[in-house]
Write a protein that binds this ligand. Structure first.
Ligand SMILES: NC(=O)c1ccc[n+]([C@@H]2O[C@H](COP(=O)([O-])OP(=O)(O)OC[C@H]3O[C@@H](n4cnc5c(N)ncnc54)[C@H](OP(=O)(O)O)[C@@H]3O)[C@@H](O)[C@H]2O)c1
Length: 296
């Protein structure tokens, strides 16, 4: 029986990955920290997940003991440089020591390997983690899913305003963008964990590929609501807005959402080619189907 260790199992995506692994009869071990919410950890244990308590700051030697025997380590960690670069590097070193052959790092984004430093502060961290992975005998497989459909339809990206029934986009509206729900990303990740043939190379999947104009139509079709269409500006105006916000930012959260939008509407971080066909067991939810939840 395959055994998978999940770091970040108490989080949104990590929890969904755990569920997808359990559905596939995989034995799951969750790496949780002493400060993780007890009720969330107990809920994982109730599902049959083995709890391995430790901290990424313990160092690779101590962490390695918690990883021993796992076939794959999946990271769904979220945080700043300390977690994404330092924490994941410690996890990788622990995997090396424990003889874990494969690691799926916490990438789960647009194609961060096509971006340059400075394009997106959070994805810069993820590429820096990969630099630290260079030369390892652990085979690293990123799962790249574009944007979570949940995030694309939430206030964070400032595209859809469900309170005022508006849809506002940057760019010409004609660039295809990749959308995948959290549950579908988790299902693909579980499939990738069980697919050693992709070890060592990124896997690109998308639940739907739509331009901003098509995204608008799909949301209207699915929700049955009319969303007034607004154009916020072209790509150079988006770049100026990112620079303006960055100049007065108290932290990356003040401008990173627009950096994700930029990566999508310029096509620079488009996922190509897609590996969806490799995993026919996953029948992803399209945007229109997803948008039914917004019906009045
Ligand atoms: N493509 C997209 O649109 C999109 C959108 C959102 C997220 N994502 C990606 O999905 C991945 C997971 O994000 P998420 O939103 O699911 O994260 P989340 O819900 O915030 O969960 C974060 C997880 O990381 C753990 N963690 C945080 N700091 C830690 C530390 N110092 N030591 C050990 N564990 C730590 C948390 O554990 P505790 O419970 O102990 O705090 C939790 O399990 C990330 O790579 C993120 O960038 C992608």
């Amino acid at each position: 029986m395959t055994e998978v260790l999940v770091a970040g199992a108490t989080g949104m995506l990590g929890g969904a990955i755990v569920d997808s692994l359990l559905e596939r009869d995989v034995r799951v071990r969750a790496l949780v920290r002493p400060s993780s919410k007890r009720e969330v950890v107990d809920a994982l244990a109730d599902k049959g997940v083995v709890i391995a308590e430790g901290s990424l700051t313990d160092g690779p030697e101590r962490l390695a003991r918690l990883l021993e025997g796992a076939d794959v380590a999946i990271s769904a960690l979220q945080g700043g440089e300390d977690v994404v670069v330092d924490g994941q590097t410690t996890l990788l070193r622990a995997a090396e020591k424990a003889g874990v052959p494969r690691l799926i790092p916490s990438d789960f984004a647009v194609d961060l390997f096509r971006l340059d430093d400075g394009d997106n502060v959070f994805l810069d961290h993820r590429r820096r983690a990969h630099e630290a992975f260079d030369g390892t005998h652990v085979q690293v497989t990123s799962v790249l899913n574009g944007a979570f459909t949940e995030v694309m339809t939430a206030p964070f990206l400032e595209i859809v305003d469900w309170d005022n029934d508006t849809f506002a986009y940057w760019g010409d509206g004609d660039q295809p963008c990749d959308f995948t729900t959290v549950a579908d990303t988790a299902a693909y990740t579980a499939e990738v964990a069980l697919d050693p043939a992709v070890a060592g190379r990124p896997v690109r999947v998308a639940g739907d590929v739509l331009t901003m104009k098509e995204f608008h139509e799909a949301l209207q079709r699915g929700s049955g609501r009319r969303l007034e269409l607004r154009v916020r500006g072209d790509v150079s105006e988006l770049e100026a807005e990112i620079r303006r916000r960055r100049a007065v930012a108290t932290g990356p959260a003040d401008f990173v959402a627009l950096q994700y939008v930029w990566a999508m509407v310029t096509g620079k971080a488009k996922l190509e080619p897609l590996d969806n066909d490799r995993y026919p067991a996953v029948r992803p939810t399209g945007v229109a189907e997803f948008a039914r939840r917004f019906a009045r």
